[in-house]
Design a protein around this ligand. Structure first.
Ligand SMILES: *Cc1c(COP(=O)(O)O)cnc(C)c1O
Length: 429
């Protein structure tokens, strides 16, 4: 495959942008080769600067659940642009989207819009601290909550892919207030609570982990966390930046029937525009300025163009709930096909799948947390990634990422991915 224009662009990009990319995992550092420069995308297909077509399983890391250049979203944005790009003043659209979010996700009684998932989690922790008057919080190893200082400790996603889950530049003072526990381990949480009695403001996690690869919570884990937080006055925060509006209309919290105190959102909520949000119980959210004392602000927050895109996606999902069944059955078809490939080739790798999220881990161990995820053969993953790309299948360039199926992916695309996967697996063994 000719990827000459991408190579030339990457060469130039490295002169002017650190590492040539504006977000680390976009570089193919963990898998080898140069990143592709993307010119356009429609439905389930990406086109690079050399006009190669790829079937897409990243979907901008989650937001493009309806596929690329979806007419409802494109039209909403075009219409909004005519009214000016930003006012820095309240709009009818942001009230409409806030109301719709609270309807789709009832644990969110009030919501504040921000510009990224990073901002959402940073703000949620600040509010939880203000609300409880406590400093520490519990983070789960391998969960990723954006690049806020206090989260860059045992962080998943790009941080672990690049080999720096603990980032330089985070002060000891900051790090000491972040307490760590493994995913799916209730006892570890109990121990932390005992050892830091009355000092823990919040517990934040991805209810379905997606940033150390896809890992579902074990039965009763989330309920156990809910009970421990209630008992100890700890604010339970579900980071649903990835899972919100993806696993169901009401996110992972609806799938598992657990009500968090606060929720952070992003990705799908902006339909591809830079948007995040945090929300939760009224009594907590009323601590946010100007209602309450916890300061949080944004010049472009609730931007009217971004709100229009988000609103178009959320409305489409809300009005067509069958999309979720379709996504699930497509994803199951895909993972079943890949498992069949394993059988034919005498391989025994682990695939974790829930809803339209899945990860193929290159290990035969069961993957339940960050430790087990790290057993994967990263070199083999890199070979698989390159063999798939060569056949026009665009995967996330890291073993520690979740792949996403979009509503635009057709039965034929699924067949193509399965047969490419067979060839790739055969070639690399
Ligand atoms: C992507 C992600 C974030 C960070 O969102 P950005 O918009 O990249 O800042 C936070 N939490 C989770 C769970 C995510 O998947």
């Amino acid at each position: 495959m000719n990827q000459k224009n991408s190579s030339v662009l990457f060469e130039k990009a490295q002169k002017f942008i650190p590492g040539g990319v504006n977000s680390p995992v976009r570089a193919f550092k963990a898998v080898g080769g140069n990143p592709l420069f993307i010119k356009s995308a429609t439905g389930a297909y990406l086109y690079d600067e050399d006009d190669n077509q790829y079937i897409e399983l990243i979907n901008s890391w989650g937001p493009m659940i309806l596929g690329h250049a979806h007419p409802a979203i494109a039209n909403a944005v075009r219409e909004a642009v005519e009214y000016s790009l930003s006012f820095g003043a309240p709009t009818a659209k942001e009230v409409e989207i806030a109301e719709l979010i609270t309807e789709m996700m009832p644990s969110v009684e009030k919501v504040r819009m921000v510009n990224s998932g990073t901002e959402a989690t940073m703000s949620a922790i600040r509010v939880a601290r203000g609300f409880t008057g406590r400093d520490k919080f519990i983070k789960i190893e391998g969960c990723y909550h954006g690049h806020g200082d206090s989260f860059l400790i045992a962080a998943g996603s790009g941080a672990v892919t690049m080999g720096n889950p603990d980032s330089p530049g985070v002060t000891k003072g900051t790090a000491k207030d972040t307490l760590l526990a493994p995913f799916n381990d209730l006892q570890a949480i109990e121990n932390l609570i005992d050892a830091n009695s009355g000092q823990i403001a919040a517990l934040i996690l991805e209810p379905v982990a997606g940033n150390m690869g896809c890992i579902a919570p074990e039965k009763s884990y989330l309920q156990g966390l809910r009970d421990l937080c209630t008992k100890n006055g700890i604010v339970l925060i579900f980071d649903e930046v990835m899972t919100g509006f993806r696993l169901s209309k009401g996110g992972a919290q609806e799938v598992y029937g657990i009500t968090p105190d606060m929720t952070t959102l992003g990705k799908i909520i902006g339909g591809g525009m830079p948007v995040g949000a945090y929300g939760g119980k009224t009594e907590i959210m009323d601590y946010v300025s100007p209602q309450g004392p916890v300061y949080q602000a944004g010049t472009l927050s609730g931007n009217p163009v971004a709100m229009s895109a988000g609103l178009a996606v959320l409305k489409t999902l809300n009005e067509n709930p069958e999309i979720y069944q379709n996504l699930e059955s497509k994803t199951q078809k895909l993972t079943k096909g890949i498992r069949k490939n394993f059988q034919k080739l005498g391989l025994n790798y682990t695939i974790n799948q829930i809803g339209s999220m899945f990860t193929l881990f290159f290990t035969d161990s069961e993957i339940t947390d960050f430790e087990t995820a790290k057993k994967s053969d990263l070199e083999l993953f890199g070979k698989y990634f390159r063999a798939m790309l060569e056949q026009g299948i665009y995967l996330a360039p890291s073993q520690f990422e979740t792949l996403f199926v979009s509503d635009a992916l057709s039965e034929n695309d699924i067949e193509q991915i399965i047969s490419a996967s067979y060839k790739a697996l055969k070639e690399i063994h």
